[in-house]
Design a protein around this ligand. Structure first.
Ligand code: NAD
Ligand code: TYD
Length: 352
């Protein structure tokens, strides 16, 4: 039976991953270690909170003593590290916590896993694995042509992506130096249920429902390669269970859209199905993000060839499923936006 330490499991992708894994495998045990920062939300995990195969522990990935004790108590054979500061805009206004969580936190986790797993003769048990969840943003920005492959040079531009790159390099170093069984995944922009409404898609849905301006940074022609969150979870599962150790995989599905296309798709759906007063008059071009990456696009050939992974959800299907989820779960959003989020949101767009 796999005993998995999932970090950051109360966030957007981590909570979807825990739900996905508990549904797919009977014989599994998951401990979710999450500090519940502003983006962690235990309501995401309501459907599994009483499941005997699942335990939540509130704690920080920088807390060595806690993590060592968890390894002793639960004897994990796999670690999936989602825990991170994840928002580019926040990294521009406050980079320090990104270094602390994303780099120092990953370093602490690596050391604890090494201490628990490495044998006296420096070899490693057959069944252990450390999976680092990273991002395509470590590659920087593309021009109009070409795609990121796993061999694209690392060229991060924001404090967020620089901190993720630092973490990736540490994880790789533990493979190169100690032969620690690791994998690194680099995924494009995810969308789906439970995403914190500071990110483009849930932010735009929420603002439409409240007739607020829809802030478009700069000309809105920046391109992102969108992946439905369950397809990301499927890829992580496949890598964790059967990839060759030491390998890095890009995860994306050739679903490139400009930000304006995304915003207009959301407006159209809400106008037709929920509120006819919503329209493109809500779009407001605001000052561009500093150092804004122009285009991300993933070449997923390696994961397709090695593991047979492909994205099952088309963008057309996934975006409707996603918008519907937020419309059908308004209390989830209301709960978040009634708290600290409002203060953050106002500060973020003050003067823009
Ligand atoms: P998120 O912000 O929704 O969730 C992050 C979670 O980590 C939260 O639950 C938070 O409480 C927790 N956390 C933060 N600091 C912690 C700490 N010190 N100790 C323990 N827990 C802590 O982020 P997300 O969108 O779910 O992203 C998850 C991972 O996937 C991140 O590593 C991110 O870099 C990566 N990623 C995200 C995307 C995307 O589109 N969202 C794309 C590619 C990669
Ligand atoms: P975001 O969801 O923050 O993800 P990332 O920066 O990791 O790609 O942003 C997606 C794109 O949308 C990015 O080009 C920035 C842009 N954007 C806006 O134009 N307005 C907004 O209010 C937000 C949050 C993002």
């Amino acid at each position: 039976m796999n005993r998995i330490l999932v970090t950051g499991g109360a966030g957007f992708i981590g909570s979807n991953f825990i739900i996905y894994m508990l549904k797919k495998y009977n014989d599994i045990f998951i401990v979710n270690l999450d500090a519940i920062t502003y983006s962690g939300n235990l309501k995401n995990l309501k459907s599994v909170e009483n499941d005997e195969r699942y335990v939540f522990v509130k704690g920080d990935i920088r807390d060595k003593e806690l993590i060592n004790n968890l390894f002793k108590q639960y004897d994990f054979n796999q670690v999936v590290n989602f825990a991170a500061e994840s928002h580019v805009d926040r990294s521009i206004t406050g980079p320090d916590i990104f270094v602390e969580t994303n780099i120092l936190g990953t370093s602490t986790l690596l050391n604890c896993a090494k201490e628990a797993w490495e044998k006296e003769d420096d070899s490693w048990p057959e069944n252990v694995r450390f999976l680092q969840v990273s991002t395509d943003e470590v590659y920087g920005s593309l021009g109009p042509d070409g795609f990121f492959t796993e061999d694209t040079p690392l060229d991060p531009h924001s404090p967020y992506s620089a901190s993720k790159t630092g973490a990736d390099l540490l994880v790789k170093a533990y493979f190169d130096t100690y032969k620690m069984p690791i994998n690194i995944t680099r995924c494009s922009n995810n969308y789906g249920p439970y995403q914190f409404p500071e990110k483009l898609i849930p932010l735009v849905i929420n603002n439409c429902l409240n007739h607020r301006d829809l802030p478009i940074y700069g000309d809105g022609l920046q391109v992102r390669d969108w992946l439905y969150v369950d397809d990301h979870c499927k890829a992580i599962d496949m890598i964790l269970m059967s990839a060759k150790v030491g390998e890095t995989y890009n995860i994306g599905g050739h679903n490139e859209r400009t930000n304006l296309q995304i915003v207009n798709t959301i407006i159209d759906y809400i106008q037709k199905n929920e509120d006819e007063t919503v329209g493109s008059h809500l779009i407001k071009h605001v000052e561009d993000r500093k150092g804004h990456d122009r285009r991300y696009g993933i070449d997923p050939t390696k994961i397709k060839d090695d593991l047979g992974w492909y994205p099952e959800t088309s963008f057309e299907e996934g975006i409707i499923k996603t918008i519907r989820w937020y419309l059908d779960n308004k209390e989830w959003m209301e709960d978040i936006v009634s708290g600290d989020y409002v203060k953050y949101y106002e500060e973020q767009y003050k003067g823009r």
